[in-house]
Design a protein around this ligand. Structure first.
Ligand code: PLP
Length: 390
């Protein structure tokens, strides 16, 4: 079935005979009681069997995991306490000292920090590459390369990775391909269908969609890989809480509708910004002027909800803009129903100096906007009054 149908009909396994709840029951229990010691022992030996203890598995969390596996077209999924829980779980489970990792240069900052830690304290060699050059991957790959880490849409530049090309090259070399699909969501891209082995998500973003829950997930093409990572995530304590899973399931039911509106609003905002005299550049992957435009049309079924733009007035103008908006809010996250703005040069990327910012493709006057699903004319009225003062 289409992703729009799968999202509405999240996995909801019957609890017993007779009538049953339409919504997934929230099983808010840390542990599960058994009548027999043998049954408990059997359940402990089978991670897919009856629930024993919620760090290892819980019916509400499993409903989310099966729903996510269905949306991404995977064999199995693991829900985690946050996006970083999923990313750390995957990296710590699959890497050991002496291994070599190839990672896209413009990764989310938290992912970059985990890789720096793996390199600095655990002897993993990390090498960065662009996201669109298969030749660069082929020159860099070696016998010890274990993992390739990419993001479908990079934050805040909107760069789109060449998933089909790079994932096929990784597969040819026996390298595990991992894609962070948080900014695209399974509505706009399903990397497992393009050759990825693992998809990771911050479900805090579009999947949850209402800025009220933290969560993450990893979805696997191969059940054996799932088992390996799940075992480590259980040890790390990275697995999801049932209430967070329940909120995420509730969010997922409207994901396709929300994504459609995010994309429509983002396109209107991007095109109007591009025509505004206070704006020096606009970064939205489905805009013809974006360097990733060709790839974005191939890999994504919509341009996504994140629009970044450079204000001609530089740093002061960027800061003024994020303080002048009234309907949009100045806040760090993205992917919720409401429009959020940040000024990366003074927040998420404040440790970078001018040249390092430029190398990351971020101007001092850049504003990142997570375009929400408000009525576009109200949103544009807010953006234009804020532009007039910056
Ligand atoms: N991946 C991407 C692309 C993100 O933007 C984020 C958070 O902003 C994360 C992962 C981390 O997710 P979380 O904050 O849920 O741990």
């Amino acid at each position: 079935m289409d992703v729009r149908t799968r999202a509405v009909h999240v996995v909801n396994e019957p609890l017993g005979e007779g009538s049953r709840p339409l919504s997934v029951p929230l099983v808010q229990s840390s542990a599960f009681a058994f009548d027999s010691a043998d049954e408990l022992a059997r359940a402990m030996a089978d991670p897919d069997g009856e629930a024993v203890y919620s760090r290892r598995g819980n019916p509400t969390v499993r409903a989310l995991e099966r729903t996510l596996a269905g949306l991404e077209g995977g064999a199995a999924a693991m829900s985690t306490a946050s996006g970083m829980g999923a990313i750390s779980g995957v990296l710590f489970a699959l890497l050991k000292p002496g291994d070599h990792v190839l990672a896209q240069r413009c990764l989310y900052g938290g992912t970059y920090s985990v890789l720096a830690d793996l390199a600095g304290r655990f002897g993993v060699e990390v090498q960065y590459l662009g996201g669109d050059d298969v030749g660069e991957f082929e020159r860099a790959v070696r016998g010890t390369t274990r993992l390739l880490l990419l993001e479908t849409i990079a934050n805040p530049t909107g760069e789109v990775a060449d998933l089909p090309g790079l994932l096929a090259a990784a597969r040819r070399s026996g390298v595990v391909g991992v894609v962070d699909n948080s900014l695209a969501s399974p509505v706009l891209c399903r990397p497992l269908e393009l050759g990825a082995d693992i998809v990771v998500h911050s479900t805090t973003k579009y999947l949850g969609g209402h800025s009220d829950v933290l969560g993450g997930a990893a979805v696997f093409a191969d059940p054996a890989l799932h088992r390996r990572v799940w075992t480590r995530a259980v040890e790390l304590g990275a697995t999801a809480d049932p209430f967070a899973a329940w909120l995420t399931l509730r969010g997922i039911q409207t994901l396709p509708l929300r994504m459609a509106q995010h994309c429509l609003n983002a396109e209107a905002v991007a095109r109007r910004l591009a025509a505004h005299p206070a704006v020096a550049a606009v970064h939205w992957p489905w805009l013809e002027s974006h360097p990733s435009y060709g790839l974005a049309r191939k890999v994504l079924s919509g341009g996504g909800g994140m629009v970044s733009f450079e204000l001609a007035g530089g740093r002061a103008a960027g800061r003024a803009f994020v303080e002048r908006v009234r309907l949009a809010r100045l806040a760090l996250s993205l992917g919720g129903v409401e429009t959020l703005v940040t000024h990366p040069a003074s927040t998420s990327h404040r440790e970078l100096d001018g040249p390092a910012l430029a190398a990351a493709g971020i101007g001092a006057g850049m504003v990142r906007m997570s375009v929400g699903i408000e009525y576009i004319e109200d949103l544009w009225a807010d953006i234009s009054q804020a532009l007039d003062g910056s």
